[in-house]
Design a protein around this ligand. Structure first.
Ligand code: COA
Length: 182
């Protein structure tokens, strides 16, 4: 799998990805309008230009086929605490790709980008996403509740926040190094 910056020409791919109700199950009742997706891409491209190394990345296989996307997004917490996200086409679930891409972005955040922590949030009931966060080294921090006018099933269980700090990431790498050289 290869990650590259998302670009305006990816609009159809994103619209198609969002059109799958299985993909959107924990995100929205209906896919966002095409115009909204186009506006979001423009915003993300601008973010990537403002904050080099951050933004949203299209995931492709070795032939260039679109697999989905990963994000390392600058939020109100600033570039020192980016938010990790991912959304893959259903045909590519269950192959370890979310873990592979998520780990690559966590590593990049701490090596190239100088982040102090990486955060991630999802619905409490999104077990797959929570498992990916854990496999990328993030740990559960808290559950919180948000108001939605048209809440998805499971909203009553709240949203969860996960994090990994630079220190914890470094410790995990050092432990891994020790185990592989032992
Ligand atoms: C969440 C998502 C990215 C996972 O992608 P993936 O490539 O299938 O994940 P991986 O193959 O890396 O699996 C990671 C772990 O999650 C587990 N997992 C995957 N789907 C699961 C599910 N539905 N229930 C429980 N565990 C699940 C896997 O078994 C694996 O754990 P293991 O190695 O201990 O067995 C994918 O399902 C997706 O795109 N979902 C729709 C969008 C979404 O919900 N994004 C997150 C919003 S915050």
């Amino acid at each position: 799998m290869r990650l590259r910056h998302l670009r305006e020409a990816d609009l159809d791919r994103l619209v198609e990805l969002n059109a799958d109700p299985g993909v959107m199950r924990f995100l929205d009742r209906r896919p966002p309008a095409r115009e909204a997706v186009a506006a979001e891409i423009a915003e993300l491209v601008a973010m990537g230009e403002r904050h080099l190394g951050y933004g949203r990345f299209a995931a492709e296989d070795h032939r260039g086929a679109f697999l989905g996307w990963f994000g390392l997004i600058v939020t109100a917490e600033g570039p020192a605490a980016p938010s990790l996200g991912y959304r893959l086409c259903r045909a590519h679930w269950g192959k370890g790709l979310a873990t592979e891409g998520g780990r690559a972005l966590v590593d990049r955040a701490f090596t190239d980008l100088g982040a102090e922590r990486v955060t991630a949030e999802t619905m409490s009931v999104n077990t797959a996403s929570r498992r990916v966060m854990e496999k990328c080294g993030l740990r559960y921090v808290r559950t919180f509740h948000q108001h939605f006018d048209d809440p998805l099933p499971g909203t009553e269980h709240g949203e969860v926040r996960y994090e990994i700090t630079r220190q914890a990431w470094h410790r995990a790498r050092t432990d891994l190094g020790r185990r592989t050289t032992a």
